[in-house]
Design a protein around this ligand. Structure first.
Ligand code: SF4
Length: 321
């Protein structure tokens, strides 16, 4: 297969072709034991769902975390960024899953059609947009699809070798469902090793536009944990891939990565249980107050965020992550 230099770089250096690590067969059970052992005695709020956004909230301010656990965030509504993101991921799915090669414009059109068919909230949002704005968003999806195809080897042609999956929702239920850890993976590549199932053959990739943020590494470690709990074997690598530059930040997964992520989950469960049982959350104001549901009522809120009149905003996607 003929590849451009950036595609070859992604294939050889990020996806990689070398030896994959083999993890112990009891790994998932030990991770489960670590979380359940610490959380079993906690009086948790009902069905505590933890994903990357809530864990990041906790890292910024326990008050903000508490507000999300209490369900104070307004219901999700699509905006331009979320709609573009949903369409972008669907366009990549269309390109990868198509019987025949598709150009980015056709992929973007199909992406809109299928998303309108499948997602009611998106369909409502899309129907309410003026035509020029729809065209503008669709062109952004075309641009990102072009960047994706320029960066990755043709995944449609490598379906057998790489088993690409996009927008894969994964969750692990712990303590009989009292604690759920979840994530939605932008792109998962790698076919399982049927002969040696504990060989880690997959890479989980989060596609990004814009700059790198420190929390991306923690998000990726959480994805590795959720995959390890759900599949029994973790990915061998997790990465954030930056579409504009075709660059990435990657981390090879080892047990330290996974237990670190498990301990963040435990910390969040402890915090949620303590607040549920009456402890006041510790407040740490900062720029993030601008998107906290409590910004207008919190005594510690960052004055700049409060005076900016920032409306409580929804961070993230339409699904629980
Ligand atoms: S307004 Fe700021 S300080 Fe108050 S709970 Fe929200 S994030 Fe924390």
């Amino acid at each position: 297969m003929q590849l451009t230099d950036p595609q070859r770089r992604t294939l050889q250096q990020l996806i990689g072709t070398g030896e994959r690590p083999v993890f112990p067969a009891d790994l998932a059970q030990r991770l489960r034991d670590r979380i359940e052992g610490a959380a079993r005695s906690l009086d948790l709020p009902d069905a505590l769902w933890l994903g990357k956004e809530k864990l990041n909230d906790l890292g910024r301010c326990e008050g903000s975390f508490s507000s999300k656990i209490a369900g104070e965030a307004p219901p999700f509504e699509h905006g331009r960024a979320s709609a573009t993101g949903v369409l972008q991921h669907r366009a990549i799915e269309v390109v990868v899953g198509a019987r025949e090669p598709l150009d980015p414009h056709t992929a973007a059109e199909l992406s809109v059609e299928r998303t309108v068919e499948k997602e009611e909230r998106f369909a409502e949002y899309w129907a309410g947009l003026p035509a020029p704005e729809r065209d503008d968003i669709q062109m952004e999806v075309v641009r990102r699809t072009i960047l994706f195809e320029a960066s990755f080897p043709p995944l449609r042609e490598l379906r057998r070798e790489l088993s690409p999956a996009t927008e894969l929702s994964v969750r692990a239920e712990l303590l009989g469902g009292a604690l759920v850890v979840s994530g939605k993976l932008d792109l998962l590549l790698g076919a399982p090793d049927r002969l040696e199932p504990m060989r880690a053959t997959r890479i989980a990739i989060d596609l990004k536009t814009g700059s790198a943020y420190p929390q991306y590494a923690e998000d990726n470690r959480l994805y590795a944990l959720v995959l390890a709990l759900r599949f029994g074997v973790p990915p061998f690598r997790v990465a954030s891939f930056f579409l504009e530059g075709g660059t990435w930040q990657a981390e090879d997964v080892d047990e330290g990565t996974l237990f670190h992520a498990a301990d963040r989950v435990v910390e969040a469960a402890r915090s949620a249980a303590a607040i549920h049982n009456g402890r006041d959350p510790s407040l740490t104001p900062g720029p993030w107050c601008g998107w906290c549901p409590r910004v207008q009522v919190c005594p510690a809120a960052d004055p700049d965020a409060r005076s900016s009149g920032a409306e409580p905003s929804v961070v993230g996607s339409a699904g629980r992550r």
